[in-house]
Design a protein. Structure first.
Ligand code: FAD
Ligand code: NAP
Lengths: 429, 245
């Protein structure tokens, strides 16, 4: 056990506490929350002044049925590792979030979504069983354990420590992606391209600094797996120090975004990429979160119903007008798929934008949160660091059901995290 | 031709990372260690990653009666036979001070056990005229330090043994690589707090494969330990004996 000072991915919130990092689940009891690779931006994976169990060393593949594509793993293994190992064997995890460093445990506890959400739904919809430690007991659950299942999928780890899971994989043609990139010239074009896309994987990068007639412009990427000669993987780069505050200042971001947009020719283009580059484009630069300097950053991510794209456009206008956005902004159409009471997805459009951690940005995020509520949308807890309990509970109508199951599963509240306390999630109202 | 890797001390953190790497290259893996349940789990993991075959076998460095079976299992797989040695133990120096009997075990785990095993395996590799041996020592073997000189002595002995083995087998086409890691983030260093130039098991394994590819004789990992230990080795004994580094 080591006293450690640690943060979420956004580095704006910090905890000081004991982290144990066991290499097996032998003798493990559910007396502290389990955490993965802390790729959640806010405080979901923090437990200040208390203990947390780092699961990343418990990372074995337990069994692999190559014919059925059924894979049982210990939950500390990362999705990037699974993609790397499985793709050459013709399979991929059915859902991959934008970072390969997410662990299977973290993916279940956030019921994460990927670039194929419009077809395949959320991560936990492809999980066939989960092994939980509750108190001193180990139990295996399946979707038949209706309430407990729904409270575990996307359940922030509050129903027990997730130690093993079986994943139904998706066939992959190989470990390469055939990627088509098109310019979206403005908001309406962007939405239209996302609506009409039928590709297995679709995502839009949005230039969050473009205003006026250029508002909402970006690049829509569509991908499918393919096989062929592997382009060489370039080695990972590292950000060795906290960047100065001007590194992501408005003029630099604007210039960067314009160049990034023009990189794709007017007529679009089709390229072949290693799967890692397509699914986890940022993972190549280790510790890129240090680009935002010591104060860290926030990501705002919301989803609004399909008929509220106008409201989302208005939010985009506010963001672009603020001059606070970073190059990292994503627009995506989601399908209805979600597996748990507290799962984020709903059918509609999701927007994610990074902001440096400054007072103006926090005010802006508060305004965006209000607009999200007014549009009948919700915030993603994997990203949140600033919201309030009342707001979140209003966005998640099944919250009371989740809280009731969590109360039974963890009666003494030993699995609480800084997030569940900040948002008083474990109290029903 | 398929590689067959004997992994001695297969439940070690670094060994697990090494096992994964050779499994992904489609090797046969013979997992030798004393915790069978752990070896079974590593075997399943290796199988899923593409190992041609996996063989958990009982191995106790302090019980040479367990050695021959491991060699038999490996030779039965055919292919190019290789061996990587990760076994070792590092009790705190003050524990050894309090109970000198512990010393025998430390020497057995890091030196006499693995050396006797390699002595038995050597004729097989010599006969094959190919194959590699990876022996994991430690920077702690480069100089006797007040904090862990029994462990250091065992590792120094092992490094000298490997150097001789390289000399003996090199002329028969068998390559011997001595690996000297600095602190690695593993079960062995858990709880010791932050260590200088700490590296990870995966990084050590990547370095090992690079060094094998280049047929290097000695590998310091991280590389910075090569200049650091070169300097430390140069400190005259009259000065060194007063230092506690
Ligand atoms: C660059 C980047 C891109 C991203 N893109 C996407 C995306 O496209 N889609 C998406 O959905 N998300 C995305 N995310 C968010 C990320 O996928 C989630 O935050 C995910 O939960 C991170 O996994 P982790 O292993 O780091 O978990 P952590 O952040 O460490 O933990 C997340 C939660 O899971 C719980 N938990 C973790 N392991 C266990 C366990 N074994 N048992 C019980 N509870 C556990 C923790 O207590 C915590 O509540 C992205 C994040 C980054 C940094
Ligand atoms: N970690 C470091 O900082 C570091 C630095 C330099 C060198 N090294 C060396 O690297 C090698 C691997 O160490 P590691 O860091 O991966 O630590 P580790 O996980 O503690 O590995 C040591 C392994 O040796 C095994 N072992 C000990 N005595 C044994 C015996 N009598 N019979 C059979 N197996 C025995 C242990 O088996 P059990 O699992 O059954 O206990 C364990 O698997 C060791 O030789 C170590 O000295 C490590």
């Amino acid at each position: 056990m080591t006293k450690k000072s640690y943060t979420g991915w956004g580095r704006a919130l910090r905890a000081n506490g004991d982290l144990t990092r066991p290499d097996s689940t032998k003798n493990m009891t559910a007396n502290a929350p389990a955490i993965g690779n802390r790729r959640s931006y806010g405080d979901a994976a923090l437990n200040d002044a208390q203990n947390a169990i780092d699961m990343t060393r418990i990372d074995r593949i337990i069994s692999f049925d190559r014919d059925a594509g059924l894979l049982t793993v210990q939950t500390g293994i990362t999705l990037g590792e699974l993609a790397r190992v499985l793709a050459p064997q013709g399979w991929l995890p059915s859902v991959l979030p934008g970072t390969g460093f997410a662990t299977v445990g973290g993916a279940i506890a956030m019921d994460v979504h990927g670039k194929n959400h419009h077809h395949k739904g959320s991560f936990c919809e492809h999980v066939t069983d989960i092994t939980l430690i509750q108190g001193n007991e180990t139990r295996k659950i399946t979707p038949k354990n209706a309430g407990l299942w729904k409270a575990t999928c996307g359940g922030l780890g509050q129903t027990g420590i997730i130690t093993e899971a079986t994943l139904q994989l998706t066939p992959a043609k190989g470990d390469l992606m055939l990627v088509t990139e098109q310019r979206a010239v403005d908001w309406d074009h962007h939405i239209a391209l996302l609506d009409s896309s039928d590709a297995p994987y679709t995502v839009g990068w949005i230039d969050a600094t473009a205003t006026g007639t250029l508002l909402g412009r970006g690049i829509v990427e569509e991908g499918e797996t393919c096989r062929g000669l592997r382009p060489t993987l370039r080695g990972a780069k590292k950000i060795p120090f906290d960047a100065p505050h001007w590194a992501l200042s408005a003029p630099i971001v604007k210039a960067f975004n314009a160049a990034y947009y023009r990189r794709v020719p007017k007529s679009g283009r089709t390229v072949v990429r290693p799967i890692q580059d397509f699914f986890f484009p940022l993972d190549k630069i280790h510790d890129w979160n240090r680009l935002y300097g010591k104060r860290g950053f926030h990501q705002f991510q919301c989803v609004v119903p399909l008929d509220q794209s106008g409201a989302l456009r208005a939010m985009m206008e506010t963001i672009a007008g603020s001059g606070l956005a970073s190059p990292l902004a994503v627009l995506k159409r989601m399908g209805p798929g979600r597996a748990g009471y507290m799962s984020f997805p709903m059918e509609g459009y999701t927007l994610a934008v990074d902001f440096p951690n400054r007072p103006q940005a926090r005010d802006l995020i508060a305004r965006l949160e209000k607009a999200t509520v007014a549009a009948g949308g919700r915030l993603y807890l994997a990203k949140d660091a600033l919201s309030s309990g009342a707001a979140v509970k209003a966005m998640y109508p099944d919250h009371p059901k989740w809280a009731a199951v969590a109360a039974k599963a963890d009666p003494d509240g030993l699995l609480q995290t800084d997030m569940t306390r900040r948002l008083s999630l474990r109290t029903p109202t | 031709m398929t590689d067959t890797w004997i992994i001695l001390g297969a439940s070690s953190t670094i060994a697990k990372a090494f096992t994964r790497s050779v499994a992904e290259q489609g090797a046969n893996v013979v997992l030798a260690g004393r915790r069978m349940d752990d070896l079974q789990a590593t075997a399943a993991d290796a199988q899923a990653r593409g190992a041609a075959s996996t063989h958990p076998v009982m191995f106790d460095a302090r019980d040479p009666a367990t050695f021959q079976t491991i060699i038999d299992v490996a030779t039965a797989q055919g292919g190019t036979i290789n061996c990587a040695v990760f076994v070792g133990s590092m009790p705190a120096q003050d524990a050894i001070d309090a109970d000198p009997a512990i010393l025998d075990g430390v020497i057995a785990d890091s030196l006499t056990g693995p050396a006797r095993f390699l002595q038995m395996l050597a004729p097989v590799l010599q006969e094959n005229g190919k194959g590699s041996i990876v022996g994991v020592g430690s920077v702690a073997g480069d100089r006797g330090r007040v904090g862990n000189y029994v462990y250091g002595a065992a590792k120094a002995g092992f490094a000298t043994y490997l150097s001789g083995l390289r000399n003996a087998l090199g002329r028969h086409g068998v390559h011997v690589l001595t690996v000297k890691p600095g602190p690695v983030d593993t079960a062995m260093t858990e709880g010791l707090g932050p260590q200088p130039f700490m590296t990870t098991a995966d990084a050590v394994v990547a370095d090992i494969h690079k060094a094998l590819g280049k047929k290097r004789n000695t590998l310091y990992t991280k590389w910075i330990w090569w200049p650091v230990m070169t300097v430390i080795k140069l400190i005259p004994e009259p000065i060194f004996k007063k230092m506690s580094i």
